[in-house]
Design a binder for this molecule. Sequence first.
Ligand code: NAG
Ligand code: NAG
Ligand code: NAG
Ligand code: NAG
Ligand code: NAG
Ligand code: NAG
Ligand code: NAG
Ligand code: NAG
Ligand code: NAG
Length: 743
Amino acid sequence: MLLHFILSLYTFPFTMALGTLQGSNTSAIAKPNCPTHCGNVTVPYPFGIGKDTGCSLDDSFYVTCNTSDGTPKLFLGSTDEIQIYSISDTEFRMHNGFANRCYNRNGTISEDYDWSIELSAFTFSVKNKFTVLGCDDYSFIRGRNGEEFSSACMGVCSKAQDVSDNGQCPGVGCCQTSIPKGLNYYNITLNSFQNHTDVWSFNRCGFAFLGEEGTFVFQGTNDLSLEGGVWERIDATVPIVVDWVIAREHTRNCSESSACKENSSCYEVESGGYRCRCNNGFEGNPYLDPGCQDINECDDPGTHPCYGDCKNTPGSYNCTCPSGSFGDAKIENGCQHPNNSKFSSTILIIALVFGLLAILSSILGIFYGIRRRKLMKLREKFFEQNGGLLLKEKIKSQGSQEAMTLFSLAQLRKASNNYSQQNIIGRGAFGVVYKGVLSDKRVVAIKKSIIMDGSQAEQFINEVLILTQVIHRNVVKLLGCCLEEEIPVLVYEFISNNTLGHHIHSKVGGMSWLSWESRLRVAIETAGALAYLHSETLMPIIHRDVKSTNILLDDNYTVKISDFGASRLIPLDREQVTTLVQGTLGYLDPEYFNTNKLTEKSDVYSFGVVLAELITGKKVISADRSNDEKSLATYFVNSVTENRLHGIIEPRILDEATPEQIQGVADLVKRCLNLQGCDRPTMKEVVLELGNLRKSTTHPWIQQQTCEETRSLDLEVGQSDLYDVSLVSYGGSKSSNTFIHVV
Ligand SMILES: *[C@@H]1O[C@H](CO)[C@@H](O)[C@H](O)[C@H]1NC(C)=O
Ligand SMILES: *[C@@H]1O[C@H](CO)[C@@H](O)[C@H](O)[C@H]1NC(C)=O
Ligand SMILES: *[C@@H]1O[C@H](CO)[C@@H](O)[C@H](O)[C@H]1NC(C)=O
Ligand SMILES: *[C@@H]1O[C@H](CO)[C@@H](O)[C@H](O)[C@H]1NC(C)=O
Ligand SMILES: *[C@@H]1O[C@H](CO)[C@@H](O)[C@H](O)[C@H]1NC(C)=O
Ligand SMILES: *[C@@H]1O[C@H](CO)[C@@H](O)[C@H](O)[C@H]1NC(C)=O
Ligand SMILES: *[C@@H]1O[C@H](CO)[C@@H](O)[C@H](O)[C@H]1NC(C)=O
Ligand SMILES: *[C@@H]1O[C@H](CO)[C@@H](O)[C@H](O)[C@H]1NC(C)=O
Ligand SMILES: *[C@@H]1O[C@H](CO)[C@@H](O)[C@H](O)[C@H]1NC(C)=O
């Protein structure tokens, strides 16, 4: 705590635009005889300085001004734990704190701070983002908003060169995620995979904090080194935003007659409690007598221009042309004096108007012509840069028997309502997925990524071409792409019925259709699709991010595997492929993580985790389980080994399946989760085994495979990925989920 305390001595440089609370000098900021400022922080009622002085609305709004070290500082309550930088109509900004953990060269911990904070009456704003800095770190943020919330974020990289300093926080060295609304408590803990022994030369500490979105700009390796000053920068420039509200506990609400003063109105806040706000054209403090005051707009020609006679009215103003003239006085030269010769002036005006129109339209014509040509050039440039010509050629040479569509920018804009917020169906660390309707009424999912390395255009094109030829009833079909944007956009068929993860976790015991029979079918369909990708496509494809939220379901609950953003083809000549660790914590093959060897068996491992999730209904990562059983994989294997399997199987399955079937699936999961890839079954074997389990209750078919058969590739972890969009929540997820991104 000492470190945090020392850091809090840095001053806070940014100024806040304050709202109507302290807008006017005629209405009060604070109650009579109460101080209005602490240093240069304005303290508007309902906040008030001093306990039991009557200055604040109640004890939750009472603040202290501590002047003992020369510069006055404002604190919430009586302790100097929560320093307030500024207060506005709906929120205040407070001093930040963070968790960090630093390591010695030999992997022992040299410094370790967790962080937690609780607000009794207010909640942390969703304007805050949870950020983790580090190359070998994952961090949990846990909190309460009525129900328990937990989320996690993970920063991974193996070389300093992989970390970019373009200010974005893509998961490489820096990971960022959002928090749900209504949190009034949270704590942050940090963990490491290798105790920083592999990255110690350039990154000795992991570091995690919550702070206002946009105020923290990631500066690459500078922010990962001890000397970079990132702690000081965050302390000085990244505040936490807190939403304040009156009487969260519903003890008071808008129905109270005196809730808001004159010329203001009361509104209730979703998470409980209420606030007041001045009516339009009024300003002041709506909580204090005499209420909000009329704004004299005529005194402020900057925001309320008037070129005629200005007259203030309550809540508005009247701006008219001087008598004897007519027109619109709110625009310059808007008032005209009527001419003596009415006829000639009319002709003059008509002529003038036509002349002006002619000139205007030709100027506009030229302007738009240039603009359109520029835009066209840009589109062509992107098209070429993204390998469009190459793709066209390939389509031609392959005879184009497959429906690979090259969509135009305009088509997709139209389909997605110009990428409107309402059309967003999924959002990940690397991009956004929109729902769109093409002009032929086909519903599609449009995937827009944030990052792509232009030099890999050819590889991208090759992959797109092969993925369009993946035709399997349980794989989401790629319909085409658009290359006219800086980063190519992919268009998939739209799958309507949310993800398997959603169906498993959205109710206690899962959705009602998830019987043992259905679960087995889902498992078989998923395994079948993976087996197809591994061995029946033109070139073997490793999915690399198999997880329950990447398994979509259509209206008939038929499985559709999605998100091939991470998939890589294995070239038939098995040459080196450079790639990046990609996957989702909890599903990630530990062998892949340690060796960077990418094999089909990595998918088998992830599938094993999905299968475990399917029959236990448990979360893949849960902070509620004991330390070494946080991950479902470990938890499951331990339970099988220690013969307490029945305790963790979904009760409904215990009823519906035979003991032999349960044991069979559990054994299969255990083999899929083998730490050694070569000891895991192939996807084909998994399909057969699941099929046998479905048919009978007799002993499952077992066949061990020799390690030599396993295909493997040495992969170097590094370079930026081609096309990464990971769906965090395809179709929305509840607050208590846990997701982690590995890039
Ligand atoms: C408050 O005062 C301090 C020093 O007195 C100054 O550095 C800071 O910029 C001021 N902040 C605002 C918001 O005016
Ligand atoms: C309000 O402020 C303006 C200038 O800022 C001043 O001219 C005016 O007298 C003030 N009115 C009152 C009531 O203090
Ligand atoms: C004011 O701050 C100083 C340290 O800066 C602390 O020692 C003192 O207890 C604080 N006073 C109050 C009333 O909180
Ligand atoms: C690890 O390094 C630290 C500091 O360099 C040292 O104090 C500690 O004894 C070392 N621990 C081991 C187990 O070598
Ligand atoms: C962190 O917060 C969670 C959720 O409120 C709580 O269950 C847990 O005990 C807290 N952990 C610590 C170390 O305080
Ligand atoms: C990391 O450090 C912790 C505590 O010092 C220790 O228990 C753990 O075994 C270490 N792990 C590795 C991979 O060195
Ligand atoms: C508002 O407060 C009144 C009593 O002051 C209470 O009867 C009423 O139920 C409250 N309304 C809500 C929506 O909480
Ligand atoms: C509130 O506004 C009304 C007109 O809308 C006005 O008559 C009244 O005087 C105002 N009250 C105060 C306190 O300004
Ligand atoms: C504005 O002033 C004009 C002329 O004085 C009057 O006719 C009109 O009703 C006024 N409008 C408003 C909204 O007060």
